[in-house]
Design a protein around this ligand. Sequence first.
Ligand SMILES: Cc1cc2nc3c(=O)[nH]c(=O)nc-3n(C[C@H](O)[C@H](O)[C@H](O)COP(=O)(O)OP(=O)(O)OC[C@H]3O[C@@H](n4cnc5c(N)ncnc54)[C@H](O)[C@@H]3O)c2cc1C
Length: 141
Amino acid sequence: MKDEYIHSSFVDPDIVFESPMRNEEPLLVNCTNTWDLRPYAYTQVPNLYLASDYVKTNTDLATMEGANEAARRAVNSILDASGSKTPKCKIWDLHEPGIFTLLRWRDLQRYKKGLPWSLHQPFIIKVLHKIRFWFYEKSGR
Ligand SMILES: Cc1cc2nc3c(=O)[nH]c(=O)nc-3n(C[C@H](O)[C@H](O)[C@H](O)COP(=O)(O)OP(=O)(O)OC[C@H]3O[C@@H](n4cnc5c(N)ncnc54)[C@H](O)[C@@H]3O)c2cc1C
């Protein structure tokens, strides 16, 4: 890109140029039951779109993947609003590796009971997970 194309630039003030250089940006982690408070990539304001990790996405996690999906949704909203026939960006479900299926199931059971997340796994879950892991490694997927 040519320098003359740059309108302006901005460096996040959370980047502190001291020695040692540091990033004071706090890590955003969405709190429980805040889904309804989060915006869509499109808004009620014409020509205002949000492409950031806090947007409602299938990823539902404040990560690069979440920000990327929000950006694709924002682009699609712009294409809709402009009536463009350009192909839309793909939107996909969050890929959840099969190897963690059992652990996710266990987490869900605890969640349904109103229990907090726990690192501890019952013996039977540990054994079944090891078996699952063995098959996972053997099949290479
Ligand atoms: C410490 C830390 C570790 C992380 N580790 C990971 C990780 O390992 N993997 C992962 O996937 N994600 C990680 N994340 C999350 C990931 O960085 C964010 O989810 C992602 O960068 C969000 O992208 P974004 O475009 O929504 O926002 P940002 O990347 O925050 O971009 C917003 C931009 O807007 C600029 N801005 C703000 N206000 C203004 C203004 N008024 N005028 C002009 N510009 C402005 C900011 O300077 C910034 O550059 C981490 C985040 C942090 C803080």
